[in-house]
Design a protein around this ligand. Structure first.
Ligand SMILES: [Mn+2]
Length: 358
């Protein structure tokens, strides 16, 4: 993505102007097909060769692997289900579900987020046109299933989540976490911090809400993760970046904490007026200042409620999906990401789900 500039301004002295699409076509030609061939071979071995009338002999009798997209067992993007989590370190990336919504202060349902995201992820291929990447060819990925959360007890659930994320992180596999409500942001970061020693982590937080108050309804709810995360020495508040904040659902106790701890907030208007690239610079500079890695917490409600009605606290006025995807894509190119979570997906509406696996 960074090897070539795209959308160069017209200049008669340099006739070789290329669009993003032209670069994408070239990048695809450089991608191998090895992983695809392995999947086909294994499909034929495990799933038996197809009936005689099937002309495409790469098709097995029993669906194995990516195709058809409506078939099969719904792990995330049909990655192999890793039953023995002790072996998670054999993979580059591990998908971890956290079906916890007891931290919700309004609409429950995000306990079904991991299932919902997995289900809709079957719609996606591992290849992305503009990025010129094919996950099947370039990384190994597994789905370790879900953390066993305790529905009536946030604190016990937090302990389970921190232990599970610490296990994945320390194995060397990159954790991609499917929430769950945003209360899980504290125990996920705590899990990463357990293996950071004296290293520091910056947090980049996409959200309409600040999520920085100490307690809400007398407990550590989904309005509270960053108060507690930034109490840890490994996660300084000065490296907390909060993108897309605004509207009529931001609790004043949280705003007071942001002011006292000097977190780094951009509203949606800030982002659109300074421009997406300047917002990326802001986020990267603040999150990496004195830190060793960056944790990304993506609340689906940072996107306008018209696109993502299936969430715990839908709020109008958020980012467009293309803006959020652009910001996320540019940020992860430039920082050492140590974990990524997607939270507050409450799978009631298809569009919320369609955006969440991205
Ligand atoms: Mn939120």
């Amino acid at each position: 993505m960074t090897d070539q500039p795209t959308f160069q301004s017209p200049d008669e002295s340099s006739p070789a102007i290329k669009s993003e699409a032209e670069y994408a076509l070239e990048k695809e030609a450089r991608l191998p097909m090895t992983g695809w061939q392995q999947e086909v071979d294994q499909g034929l071995e495990f799933g038996l060769e197809a009936a005689a009338s099937i002309r495409d002999r790469s098709i097995p009798t029993f669906s194995r692997g990516e195709l058809p997209h409506y078939a099969g067992i719904t792990t995330f993007m049909k990655a192999p289900y890793l039953e023995d989590v002790r072996k998670v370190g054999n993979y580059d990336v591990a998908i971890v579900g956290v079906p916890h919504d007891s931290g919700t202060t309004y609409r429950p349902g995000t306990r079904f987020g991991p299932q919902g995201i997995r289900r809709i992820s079957a719609l996606y291929t591992p290849y992305n046109f503009e990025l010129g990447v094919d996950l099947r060819e370039q990384i190994t990925m597994c789905d370790v299933g879900d953390i066993f959360t305790i529905p009536a007890n946030n604190e016990k659930s937090f302990d389970q989540i921190s232990k599970g994320i610490a296990h994945v992180f320390s194995s060397g596999a990159f954790p991609i976490i499917l929430g769950g409500d945003h209360s899980i942001g504290f125990p996920t970061v705590r899990g990463v911090c357990r293996h950071l020693g004296d290293k520091k982590v910056g947090i980049i937080h996409f959200d309409r809400h600040v999520d920085t108050q100490e307690t809400d309804l007398d407990e550590r709810m989904h309005t509270c993760p960053w108060f507690h995360a930034t109490n840890m020495a490994n996660a300084p508040a000065k490296n907390l970046v909060q993108l897309g904040i605004g509207g009529w659902q931001v609790p004043r106790p949280g705003v007071k904490v942001c002011r006292e701890r000097a977190t780094n907030i951009l509203t949606v208007t800030d982002i659109t007026e300074m421009g997406l690239d300047a917002a990326v610079d802001f986020a990267v500079e603040r999150a990496t200042d004195g830190t060793d890695c960056v944790y990304i917490s993506f609340d689906i409600d940072c996107i306008d409620a018209g696109f993502v009605p299936g969430t715990g606290w839908p709020e109008p006025g958020g980012l467009l999906p293309r803006e959020a995807l652009y910001l996320l894509g540019k940020i992860v190119e430039r920082v050492n990401v140590c974990g990524l979570e997607i939270v507050e997906v409450s799978p009631r509406r298809p569009m919320t789900l369609a955006i969440s696996p991205r």
